[in-house]
Design a protein around this ligand. Structure first.
Ligand SMILES: NC(=O)c1ccc[n+]([C@@H]2O[C@H](COP(=O)([O-])OP(=O)(O)OC[C@H]3O[C@@H](n4cnc5c(N)ncnc54)[C@H](OP(=O)(O)O)[C@@H]3O)[C@@H](O)[C@H]2O)c1
Length: 263
C-alpha cells in the first residue's frame, strides 16, 4: 500500500523532537508541506534543516517552516497559527502532539500548577488548535486531526493523575470532533502512547547505559517485550493522516506494544 500526502499541509506541535519530528519526517517523505512548532529554537532550527534536506530529496515543492511557541499559552497559539496559515495556507492535517511529562506524586502532593500546566498544554491547546484550523477544514471539506495522548487516558495509573485526566479529556474531545467534523469530512483520531524512546527518555536518563537499562526494564512489562520507537508511532499517524484511512474517525488507538489493560 502506498500512502501519499502529496500537496497536503500539516501543522505538528512538538515537531522538533520524538514523535513530532518522526511524523514530520514521514509526512515530508509522503509529499506534505509541514509546519513544526515547539518552544526551543535550537532544536527547531536543527529539525527544520533536516526536514528541508529530506524534502529536497523527495518532493521539491514541499515547504518546511518552524515557529517557536509555547502551546500552553493561548496568545502564542493564535499568533503562531496565523504565521503558519500565512506560510502554508489552509491546514489539512493538524497533529496536536506537544507535551512533556511532569513529576507525579499522590493526590495531596501534586502541586496545583501541575494540574494547570497539564490541562492547558495537553487538553486546552488541542482544542484551541483544532478550533483555529476548523473553519478552513470545514470550508474545504477535508481535514484530519491527530491527537497524541497516553494509554493512561483509558486506564489511569498511580502517580500520574494530572496527565491521565488531561489525556482522558483529549479522548472525549476526539470523539466530539469526530461527530461534529464527520459531516464536513473532518476526521479526528487519538494515538495513545504507552512507552516510546524519545527526547523525553533522554532527558530522564542522560547517561546512555542507564537509559538502556531503564528501557530494558520497562520492556519487561510490555507484552511485545520492548519500548517502542517514534517511527512506529509515525507510521500509524501517516496512515491515519492519509486518504487510505478515509473511513476511520473517532478512535483512540493504543500505540503501546500491548501494555494497556483496556482495548
Ligand atoms: N515518550 C513516551 O513514552 C510518551 C508517553 C506518553 C505520552 N507521551 C507524549 O507524547 C508527546 C510527544 O512527546 P515525545 O515522547 O516525543 O517527547 P519529546 O521528544 O520530548 O518531544 C516533545 C516535543 O514537544 C515539545 N513541547 C513540549 N512542551 C511544549 C510546549 N509547552 N509548547 C510547545 N512545544 C512543547 C518539545 O519541544 P520544546 O521542549 O522545545 O518545547 C518537543 O518538540 C508528548 O505530548 C508526550 O507527553 C510520550
Amino acid at each position: 500500500m502506498e500512502v501519499s500526502l502529496l500537496g497536503r499541509t500539516a501543522l505538528i506541535t512538538g515537531g522538533s523532537s520524538g514523535t513530532g519530528l518522526a511524523m514530520a519526517r514521514e509526512f515530508v517523505r509522503s509529499g506534505a508541506s509541514v509546519a513544526i512548532v515547539a518552544r526551543g529554537q535550537e532544536n527547531l532550527d536543527k529539525a527544520k534543516a533536516e526536514l528541508l534536506k529530506l524534502a529536497a530529496g523527495h518532493v521539491k515543492s514541499a515547504k518546511v517552516v518552524a515557529f517557536s511557541c509555547d502551546v500552553g499559552v493561548a496568545a502564542q497559539r493564535a499568533a503562531t497559527y496565523a504565521k503558519v496559515r500565512e506560510a502554508l495556507g489552509p491546514i489539512d492535517i493538524l497533529c496536536n502532539n506537544a507535551g512533556e511529562s511532569r513529576s507525579g506524586g499522590t493526590f495531596e502532593n501534586i502541586p496545583e500548577e501541575n494540574w494547570r500546566l497539564d490541562l492547558e498544554t495537553k487538553t486546552v491547546a488541542h482544542m484551541h488548535f483544532a478550533r483555529l484550523c476548523w473553519d478552513d477544514m470545514k470550508a474545504r471539506k477535508r481535514g484530519v486531526i491527530l491527537n497524541t495522548g497516553a494509554i493512561s487516558a483509558k486506564a489511569g495509573r498511580p502517580a500520574a493523575m494530572p496527565t491521565s485526566v488531561a489525556r482522558a479529556g483529549v479522548m472525549a474531545l476526539t470523539k466530539g470532533l469526530a461527530f461534529d467534523g464527520g459531516p464536513h469530512n473532518i476526521r479526528a483520531n487519538a494515538l495513545l502512547i504507552g512507552s516510546l524512546e524519545t527526547g523525553q527518555t533522554v532527558r530522564h536518563y542522560p547517561n546512555e547505559a542507564e537509559r538502556k537499562a531503564a528501557l530494558a526494564k520497562t520492556g519487561e512489562h510490555i507484552p511485545l517485550g520492548r519500548v517502542g520507537t517514534p517511527e512506529e508511532f509515525a507510521n500509524l499517524a501517516t496512515f491515519l493522516a492519509s486518504d487510505k484511512a478515509s473511513y476511520i474517525t473517532g478512535c483512540a488507538i493504543n500505540v503501546d506494544g500491548g501494555s494497556c489493560p483496556v482495548v
